[in-house]
Design a protein around this ligand. Structure first.
Ligand SMILES: Nc1ncnc2c1ncn2[C@@H]1O[C@H](COP(=O)(O)OP(=O)(O)OP(=O)(O)O)[C@@H](O)[C@H]1O
Ligand SMILES: [Mg+2]
Length: 341
């Protein structure tokens, strides 16, 4: 199927791209998985993406270890992803010259959350949860060589490519469990979300990751909200409030439901503690509220900014091509774009 892009009248659609970041062990995977379960229970289409160094999202969504370990790794399927997204885009000479920041343009294929396409066929697997089925995609395990590299082989590159080619359907959610690593800052991945939930324990280390993130995010209009986790009382809440101010969105305490799941005895999701259910609703409300801040021109502009940066720092040298020429100056990603056969 050959797809071309055609602008139609702007539709009012709500699709949210949401990241969970934070210090190792803070509870990113746990809170991502609870949020994914919550969204699935509302009946919304959800694509869950594990882009964390420690690949545990599948297990947190209830997959057996062997099933989780056998999930297809996006990092190993980059040629399929690139070949599909490139479509008939004349500005991208070959799959080999398509890097993780190569932006879509005329002729590119776009992804929708609630469709079937070769990228999902290759990389996504359905996971059945109480009340709904989500698609799960995983980057694959990180090796020593992946950490801190801003390069061609980066595991999160596949995620960035997909997000940069994603257009939106009604009330759909992409939820990404990821690290607050240098990789996502160098590439621009951290700017690809409508809202970023920074999971922080009430500790100095927890909030120092927040400060670093806030600093990177400052110039890019990133909406950053702190979710306090493993909070035990008012003193913990006061600490977080004093350290992060109004960026503190909500706090979550110790959950027996989570602990039971960790013991391999997952209760039904409807049995999650009331306070934690409320916290999940708060996350969804905050995510949905960012819809009004949507700015597709800025979103596309940032893609181009990071592409040119990556092209100059390593991409041109690596591919032997002038990657700046991949930018389609007339193209703006957006909800008014539809792919037509
Ligand atoms: N609110 C909670 N209640 C009970 N246990 C929790 C809670 N949050 C996290 N945990 C537990 O803390 C541990 C670390 O959580 P999790 O794996 O979600 O953190 P992470 O930030 O994803 O870590 P990593 O950096 O290793 O990926 C897990 O054993 C998890 O079950
Ligand atoms: Mg994790």
């Amino acid at each position: 199927m050959t797809l071309t892009l055609r602008a139609i009248e702007r539709l009012r659609l709500v699709n949210m791209k949401i990241a969970f970041v934070g210090k190792g062990g803070s509870g990113k995977t746990t809170l991502s998985s609870l949020f994914i379960r919550h969204l699935a229970a509302t009946g919304a289409p959800v694509v869950a993406i594990d882009a964390d160094i420690n690949q545990h999202l599948g297990a947190a969504l209830g997959l057996e270890e062997a099933t989780a370990a056998a999930l297809p790794a996006m990092g190993e399927r980059l040629p399929v992803i690139k070949d599909y997204l490139r479509g008939s885009n004349q500005r991208i000479a070959s799959v080999e010259t398509m890097i993780k920041t190569t932006p879509p343009g005329e002729g590119s294929r776009l992804l929708r959350l609630n469709e079937n396409n070769p990228v999902y066929d290759a990389c996504a697997r359905p996971v059945e949860l109480d009340g709904g089925t989500v698609r799960l995609m995983v980057t694959g395990p990180f090796t020593e060589a992946d950490l801190g590299v801003a390069c061609y082989h980066s595991k999160t590159g596949a995620v960035e490519l997909c997000l940069n080619h994603l257009v939106d359907g009604r009330s759909e959610y992409a939820v990404v469990d990821m690290t607050a690593g240098s990789d996502s800052f160098a590439s621009g991945l951290f700017t690809r979300f409508d809202i970023t939930f920074l999971v922080a324990e009430p500790t100095r280390k927890g909030v120092s990751v927040y400060r670093q993130y806030k600093e990177y995010a400052r110039d890019f209009g990133v909406v950053l909200k702190v979710v306090g986790n493993k909070v035990q009382g008012q003193d913990d809440i006061d600490f977080l409030r004093a350290e992060v101010g109004d960026d503190l969105l909500v706090t979550v305490g110790h959950s027996d439901w989570v602990r039971a799941m960790e013991k391999g005895r997952p209760p039904r999701f409807e049995l999650l503690e009331d306070s934690n259910r409320r916290a999940l609703r708060t996350l969804q409300t905050a995510a949905d509220a960012t819809y009004e801040l949507r700015d597709w021109e800025r979103y596309t502009h940032q893609m181009v900014h990071f592409h040119l940066k990556n092209a100059g720092s390593w991409g041109n040298a690596k591919t032997g091509a002038d990657l700046a020429a991949q930018v389609d100056p007339g193209f703006v990603l957006g909800e008014g774009l539809v792919a037509t056969a």
